[in-house]
Design a protein around this ligand. Structure first.
Ligand code: HEM
Ligand code: HEM
Length: 204
């Protein structure tokens, strides 16, 4: 039986997936903990997430085998089957994402995108700044031009509420994600976190 050192390894996660992952971890922690203030730091972290998620979405179509959505996005039956397998100790090990890992990847990317875009909407409506300034604007009155402070306030609150809810839902997903990584690492007796650092997993 080969020991851990001599076991042959297979490359799974390419540098874009790995660097993108750890950028997301750092930027998400920064954006969440700053909660909007100081604004330069909060928005910088938020833009880092927006850029990383956008690149990851493109990479999901043009990247290598294990980065491609077509390789790991499955239907709900496969996800439930895998989760059931975890409970009964029968879950199949996957070299790339498991069906549940794939579903979580998609959920995280979508929620992060909604959070970042709603943050940009909040900034645009409240302060007229950022990439959505001029695209997302507050309501004008029926004559079309008058800009009421009250309207601005209300529109800002809606965007801010969406932003806050999206940020909190993202946090819930992150907790489930990290819990899932721990459970799958235990179930398959392998260190999935190390694989996301080195990019490699034992062949077995
Ligand atoms: C320190 C906490 C974290 C650890 C230990 C961790 C670990 C991992 C691991 C091991 C994987 C690969 C899962 C698999 O084998 O299928 C993964 C994937 C992923 N994680 Fe995390 N993660 C953490 C936090 C986060 C956070 C905060 C985010 C986003 C805000 C995130 C987003 C993702 C995404 C999008 C993927 C899919 C990777 C891809 O295909 O690009 N993770 N994570
Ligand atoms: C995707 C990562 C992001 C996360 C996790 C995040 C999280 C948060 C949280 C938790 C708050 C406090 C919400 C509240 O209590 O009202 C907040 C506020 C805010 N965020 Fe974000 N945010 C992100 C991205 C962005 C981006 C990209 C922008 C704009 C470019 C942005 C702009 C703002 C603004 C302006 C506020 C303050 C709202 C106010 O108090 O008036 N955020 N964000």
């Amino acid at each position: 039986m080969p020991d851990a050192q001599s076991q042959s390894m297979i490359r799974v996660w390419d540098p874009i997936v790995r660097i993108g992952h750890w950028v997301l971890v750092a930027a998400f922690a920064t954006a969440f903990l700053t909660e909007g203030e100081p604004e330069w730091l909060h928005t910088a972290a938020g833009y880092a997430i927006a850029v990383t998620v956008t690149l990851r979405l493109i990479w999901g179509f043009v990247g290598p085998e294990h980065a491609r959505f077509s390789g790991f996005v499955t239907g709900p039956a496969a996800v439930l089957g895998y989760l059931r397998g975890l409970l009964t100790g029968q879950a199949t090990r996957h070299i790339g994402h498991s069906p549940a890992g794939g579903a979580m990847t998609v959920a995280l990317l979508i929620m992060l995108a909604v959070t970042a875009v709603s943050g940009m909407g909040t900034l645009a409506v409240e302060e007229g700044r950022g990439p959505l300034a001029g695209i997302v604007t507050v309501a004008t009155d029926h004559e079309g031009a008058v800009f009421h402070d009250d309207d601005a306030h209300e529109a800002g609150e809606v965007w801010e509420d969406i932003h806050e809810i999206a940020a909190n839902l993202s946090l819930v997903l992150v907790f489930l994600h990290v819990g899932g990584v721990a459970i799958a690492s235990y179930a398959h007796r392998e260190n999935l976190v190390r694989a996301m650092v080195t990019g490699r997993k034992p062949v077995r």
